[in-house]
Unconditional design. Sequence first.
Length: 210
Amino acid sequence: MIPSDVGRPIGDIKPNIDIPDLEEIIARAIDTVSAQERDVRDRNGKWYSLWVRPYKNLENRIDGAVLSLLDKTDKHEAAAREFADAIVDTVRDPLMVLDESLRVEMVNRSFLELFRFNSGEVAGKRVYELGNGAWNIPRLAELLDAVLSRGERFEGFEVVHDFPGIGQRRLLLNARRIQGTEVRAAMILLAMEDVTGKGGDGDGRMANEE
């Protein structure tokens, strides 16, 4: 808003939030003498809690409404993260989520069970430090860099390694980019399939993300 907006009808002002029925909400707050609340989002994707409350003048009469916006982007991010974590944890194949520095953001229960880790042993570690250097592979590093920088994904990249405590395993790795947000950088979802003892070879396919 600018100073010259004072005195103009609220309907003439185009706010930076997506709320086409703002006038109706204000009228409802005044007519019913009750506060109105709505979750709204601005053009940059940030979330706010919009509150519209009636107010009284010096003669104790309802004389308008007060609008306030509370930034709740962090709460929406936390809820979305909790939802995503729940999905990841229910997937039966081992999964890792890596940040832009290729450090472990999270792993699911299947990963911990397969490699006999607890979450504290892997959180914040670089992927190349896990499994006695199992993923310290130059070609894998190139593929993961392509996933982050160019939005590519790869499927069926084969890793054969003698993992501490569980012996030799043959894994097929699949990875894709998780789109970043205003408050969080892009990440990588790295899934693996344990094909130990099964025939066939991973073909290391790469594909551009649609």
